[in-house]
Write a protein that binds this ligand. Sequence first.
Ligand code: NAD
Length: 437
Amino acid sequence: MSDNNPWTRTRKQLHIAARRFPIDPLLLARLENHDRIVEVSVPLKMDDGSVAVYQGFRVQHNNDRGPYKGGLRFHPNVDKDEVKALSFWMTMKNAVINIPFGGGKGGITINPKDLSHAELERLTKEFTRKLAPFIGPEVDAPGPDVGTNGEIMQWIREEYEKITGASAPAVTTGKPIKKGGSLGRTEATGLGGYYALLAILRMMKRKPEGLTVAIQGFGNVGSFLAEYLEEAGMRVVALSDSKGGIYIPSGIASMHEVQRCKEKTGKVSGCYCIGSVCDIGNIKELGGREISSEKLLELPVDILVPAALENALTKENAKRVKAGIILEMANGPTTAEADGVFKSKGITVIPDVLANSGGVAVSYFEWYQNMRGEHWSKKEVFKKLKEKMDSACEMVHDISLQYKVPLREAAYIRALQSLSAKTAGVKKNGSGKKRMK
Ligand code: NAD
């Protein structure tokens, strides 16, 4: 299997960290394998009366630290190895950010844009019927990921409650606010990445003001992150999505306007804004140019942010990356070989399991509020999120100094320490199940 296979890569990453740390071979074996892989067919009646059958997965990697937790992805590239890797990363991530969840992930191999709204709802509810015996607030609570959103999480909750006959708001997270979602969840991953970047910059004794940034992927994560970076005085010079991107070396003036333009035109490309007028006609005046999503990765910037999908940074393009810092907002954007190149070039990689953990941190806050019938203000959520991100970054940074290893390896060591402590406790208590209070 190639380096681009994310599941092969996770095992390499696990073994690299495990070499540095005396890990129980039983725990290592359990982390190398999954607790359960649920593979289902999802038949769907289309609006025209025809029937299509899609393939769906829910992979439950490990629940030593609490219920399985991780997103559901609706995307044409979803396959078993991808979901296996993503669920493993969730176990690591939840341990690094120190929330009482294990790791899971799921998805359907489909392009949701090809479906009508009604078809998407029927597909989601059929998928929920297949998953219902395996999920639940204290068992496995899915959240949104690429191609899914709050409405889809609410459909899952509705169907699950219909099947079980009980109220279960915490069976999913990332729900709309009026349906039990947490304030601040939509912004959480981007904001968490921003907090992580500021924390690491502080430890590197670097000021954020004036640093240039290129962001690949202007969806939920990339767009919120871009706004926070802009507010902090950083200069976002390039943005892209699946249809291409824009590059303005002097800085993109208003993320908010670019966002509005993207909502209107369906793409970032061409969104050259002067005031509220965003048009390709402004390109010359702004000194900008159109750029492909691939070329964006090679721009001369201080900070590069892959915020789209896996395997954006490979052995082919890694040597052409000029950024000094890579903030991994996507899951698994860097192949193992690319990681090696970055290490040898002295590039600081803030790894996915740390950088994008703000999303699942606030998912945990949502789950916690749902379980206790509480409602926190956005200010409270953001304060708690910052505390979590700062403390995880400090911990990982300290380990990286102690073991003289890059941040990714340090994050894995941190996760393994935390999982080891948990399983040691499990042995003492004689039970593998976490009891919910
Ligand atoms: P999204 O669907 O909202 O946005 C994805 C963006 O990436 C879109 O703008 C899409 O056009 C773009 N894209 C797709 N292929 C591309 C390509 N080849 N080049 C450039 N852009 C491309 O998804 P999201 O929620 O923003 O998630 C983005 C990444 O962040 C994913 O890897 C996801 O797993 C990860 N992540 C998301 C969350 C979350 O809370 N949403 C949490 C943790 C990690």
